[in-house]
Write a protein that binds this ligand. Structure first.
Ligand SMILES: [Fe+2]
Length: 187
C-alpha cells in the first residue's frame, strides 16, 4: 500500500512552479495498482504524468518513479532542465558530480540523503546519480522545466558518455537508444 496523497503531492509540485500547476487538471494519476514497476536490470520504473511542449507552456515534464530498493541509477544530467525531486515515500541518496574532475576521479562532490517529504533541488547544470534505500519502497516525483529533448548518461567505468532521448531513464542505454556518443577525455 502506497501511503501518499496525490493531491497533496501535486500541490507541492505546483508550489514549486505555478505555470506547470495550471496544467494539472489534465493529469491522470495512476492508481496504486498501476505504479511503475522497474524492468529487469533497471534501477526504477517511470511513468510520465505530464509533458508540456514549448508552444503551450515552458517545456516541462512530471515523472513518477518507483525505485528498486538499494539500486543506483547512472550518472546523468537533465538536458539543461531544472526543477526538483520530491520524495513521496522512502528515502533517496543523492550524489552530485559538480565537474569533469569529479567524474573522472569517481569521487562525488556531495552526498546527501532525502527522506519522504523532502524536496531535492535540481539545477540546470546538475549532474547526479541517485539511489533508493535498500529496505522498503521508495517513490519520488520529478519535475523538470526547460529541458532539451535529450539528456546525457555517463559511464565512468568505460569513460563513455551518451546522448539519449529525455524519455530514456537514467541507466546505460542499448546501442539502439544512443542518439550520439559524446567525446569524453580526462583533463
Ligand atoms: Fe536526475
Amino acid at each position: 500500500m502506497i501511503d501518499f496523497d496525490p493531491t497533496w503531492a501535486l500541490t507541492k509540485a505546483g508550489n514549486a512552479h505555478s505555470t506547470v500547476a495550471d496544467a494539472y487538471g489534465e493529469l491522470s494519476w495512476p492508481s496504486h495498482d498501476n505504479l511503475p514497476t522497474p524492468a529487469a536490470g533497471q534501477p526504477y520504473g517511470r511513468v510520465l504524468l505530464l509533458e508540456c511542449q514549448p508552444a503551450q507552456l515552458p517545456a516541462a515534464e512530471l515523472v513518477l518513479i518507483r525505485w528498486r530498493p538499494g539500486q543506483r541509477c547512472a550518472i546523468h544530467d537533465h538536458g539543461g532542465g531544472h526543477g526538483f525531486v520530491y520524495v513521496l515515500q522512502g528515502e533517496v541518496h543523492n550524489e552530485a558530480w559538480p565537474d569533469s574532475e569529479s567524474l573522472t576521479s569517481g569521487v562525488p562532490g556531495q552526498k546527501t540523503s532525502w527522506s519522504a517529504g523532502s524536496s531535492i533541488p535540481i539545477g540546470s547544470q546538475c549532474v547526479h546519480s541517485m539511489m533508493a534505500r535498500a529496505d522498503g519502497p521508495t517513490i519520488s516525483l520529478h519535475l523538470y522545466i526547460g529541458a532539451s529533448t535529450a539528456m546525457t548518461i555517463y559511464d565512468p567505468e568505460s569513460m563513455r558518455r551518451f546522448l539519449v532521448s529525455n524519455n530514456h531513464g537514467a541507466w546505460l542505454p542499448d546501442d539502439s537508444e544512443i542518439l550520439e556518443e559524446l567525446s569524453w577525455t580526462k583533463k
